[in-house]
Design a protein around this ligand. Structure first.
Ligand code: NAP
Length: 250
């Protein structure tokens, strides 16, 4: 399939996990990929993998939580590759911690990257999308749709991404910009191993937020993103699409 031929596509968090899988999937469908990550070397690795597969990609250092980093990064993408037509906000962080032990700094960082970072990227790319149409796909989480223990900042930030997505969707739906989000459950990426369930936490708590069929592979979620972002998803606006192994179904 080549659903994204020559579409300039910005992917954040592209140095790892879902961002890398999404960058590679969209490039395989002939998108021109701007791989953004706070870890520039990791973004370069992703771009090199895409080039090795005969795709087109460039790497950019970008801290999505910092407007002073976001604005010039998006300007460079537009200058190098042309008008961005698709934005996929994959950058994210999180950890498990008892809420009575969460530090204000850690709270601010998680909300700053996951929620404010998603907004800042939308803010920077929207003027380009409005100049001829485009699509945004945000990455929420099952943790944005249900209570999850030991992750108040993460849940709050992802719940914020859910309603940020809906707010942008209604604001721009008549102006040629579609905004949706996916809400993955557990995914087999480096992030999952760094969350670290708190010592002494009940195994039932962990079981309640884990699918009985295990984790998804990031490539599976990347396939969902590709569908939503493609013209096949033309009529999908303001949706939060769960692919979570049934965690949120009842
Ligand atoms: P990952 O493998 O850790 O990848 C996240 C990438 O984002 C990393 O390369 C990370 O760089 C980068 N990043 C962190 N902070 C950034 C910043 N301020 N600016 C730019 N890039 C930044 O995690 P993942 O599992 O692929 O997660 C991708 C998205 O899926 C996240 O939004 C996450 O919340 C969401 N999600 C994940 C799961 C899961 O189970 N894995 C489930 C539901 C939703 P560093 O490695 O240098 O920090």
């Amino acid at each position: 399939m080549t659903r994204f031929t020559d579409r300039v596509t910005v992917v954040t968090g592209a140095g790892s996990g879902l961002g890398r899988a999404t960058a590679r999937r969209l490039a395989a469908e002939r998108a021109l990929v701007a791989a953004l990550d706070i870890d520039e070397a990791a973004a370069k690795d992703t771009a090199a993998q895409i080039e090795a597969d005969h795709g087109t990609a460039r790497a950019y250092a970008c801290d999505v939580s910092d407007w002073a980093s976001v604005e010039p990064a998006v300007a460079r993408v537009a200058n190098d590759l042309g008008r961005p037509q698709l934005l996929v906000n994959c950058a994210g962080i999180g950890k498990f911690v008892r809420s009575e032990e969460e530090t204000p700094e850690s709270w601010s960082r998680i909300v700053g990257v996951n929620l404010t970072g998603t907004f800042l990227m939308c803010r920077a790319v929207l003027p380009h999308l409005l100049g001829g149409g485009g699509v945004i796909v945000n990455v929420a989480s099952n943790a944005g749709l249900m209570g999850q223990p030991y992750s108040a900042a993460y849940c709050a930030s992802k719940g914020g991404v859910v309603n940020l997505t809906r707010a942008l969707a209604v604001e721009y739906r008549a102006r040629g910009v579609r905004v949706n989000a996916i809400a993955p459950g557990g995914m087999n990426t480096p992030m999952i191993s760094t969350f670290g369930f708190p010592e002494g936490a009940k195994t039932e708590d962990f079981a309640a937020i884990t699918s009985p069929i295990g984790y998804a592979e990031p490539e599976e979620q990347a396939g969902l993103i590709a569908f939503i972002a493609s013209d096949e998803g033309r009529y999908m606006i303001g949706q939060i699409v769960s692919m979570d192994g049934g965690i949120t179904c009842g």
